[in-house]
Structures are given as C-alpha cells and as structure tokens.
Design a protein around this ligand. Structure first.
Ligand code: IMP
Length: 194
C-alpha cells in the first residue's frame, strides 16, 4: 500500500458496509425504485421522466451509482446546501445551488447520503413542494436514527444505522475528507477533532 493510501485508511476504525455490500444494495434499490415509477407513471414515464436530485456533495457517489442501476427514462440534477456546522455538528441550512431544472410538474426523487436530524430533508421537501413538484420521493443511502428531530418519510433506505456514530466514505466526508473511500466506515475518535 502507498504512503498516501495508508494515511487515508489509518483514520478508519471499522468498516460498516464494504464495496460488495453497497454495490448489491444499490442494485436492489435501483430495481425497486424503477419498478415503483413504472407502476406509478406507466407510459407517462417517457413524456415526463423522474428527476433524480442529488444533495451534494455527500450524495455525489451514491447518485452516480443509483442512476446506473435504474433502467428507466430518467433525468438528473443536483442541489447543494450549506450547513453552518463544522465537522460532525449540524447547523442552520442555506441553499447554495438550486435545481437547474424547473421542479414544476416533475416527479422528483431526492437522493441523500445520510439522514441524521432530518433538518436537511425537511428544508428541501418544503422548498420543492413550494415549487410545484408533481411527486416527491426520498432515497437515502443511510438512515441514522438516534438524533432524528424532523419526521421525514423515507421511501427507500439503503442501510440503517442505529448507533450515533459519525461515518465517512462513499461520498460522505468528515471536514471534506474521506469521500473517496469506496466503503462506509466509522472513524477513530482521535481522527475527529473535538
Ligand atoms: P441532517 O440535516 O441532520 O439530517 O444531516 C444531513 C447531512 O449531515 C448529511 O447530508 C451529511 O452531509 C451530514 N451528516 C450527518 N451525519 C453524518 C455522518 O455520519 N457522516 C457524514 N456526514 C453526515
């Protein structure tokens, strides 16, 4: 292993979901979501394909894989949010980048990396509903349950995290690092600055 790779992985305490587990689950989710949109929209799927909206940056990897697991007409876009919290602390939310596509009349699939308190999705659902989305579904890679404050209906969940752990990898960061790990892992406590 190169010095760079070992420096990246040295901060990892344990892997929660490895590459194979993620690949398998993303394929299952893609197939399920595609079937559900086919049932919901029928032939209208061709005229008005669902719009997969990634919440960047965390969902960047998940969105790319999920889209390729959905064999139906599909468009994609992204929004980017800024949370006034540093590192592992959540805070106030601001929209840095809105959709490039009008939401009016669209069937939107929000693609999120991890749901923690639920504030981010609460904010975005209100935002998109106010812009006249025809339907709104949520797909989260990880449902981290312990700190949930906003009641958010998650239509599709990749994995459930029952412990209040801060996880990284597969797009998820700690202070902008570790997004490029191909698995989801818990960091060593000493890698998380207090
Ligand atoms: P929420 O608004 O509290 O649900 O937080 C959601 C956002 O916080 C996610 O989109 C992530 O960007 C970030 N987040 C929450 N928990 C974690 C974690 O364990 N690792 C990395 N990012 C996290």
């Amino acid at each position: 292993m190169s010095a760079g790779a070992s420096a990246l992985e040295a901060a990892v305490e344990r892997v929660l979901w490895d590459e194979a587990a993620i690949r398998r689950r993303v394929r299952e989710l893609g197939a399920q979501i595609s079937r559900d949109y086919q049932d919901l929209l029928g032939d209208a799927l061709v005229e008005n394909p669902p719009l997969a909206v990634g919440i960047f940056r965390g969902a960047i990897v998940f969105l790319a894989d999920l889209m390729r697991a959905m064999p139906i007409p599909l468009e994609c876009d992204y929004v980017q949010l800024y949370s006034y919290g540093k590192g592992s602390e959540a805070g106030e939310i601001q929209l840095l980048r809105d959709l490039g596509t009008p939401a009016q009349g669209r069937h939107i699939l929000l693609v999120e990396d991890i749901v923690d308190t639920g504030q981010t999705l609460h904010f975005l659902c209100e935002h998109l509903e106010a812009r006249g989305a025809a339907s709104l579904k949520i797909c989260a890679l990880i449902d981290k349950k312990p700190r949930r404050r906003a009641k958010i209906p998650l239509d599709y969940v990749g994995f459930v995290l029952e412990e209040d752990a801060f996880v990284v990898g597969y797009g998820l960061d700690y202070a902008e690092r570790y997004r490029n790990l191909p698995y989801v892992a818990v960091l060593k406590p000493e890698a998380i600055a207090s």
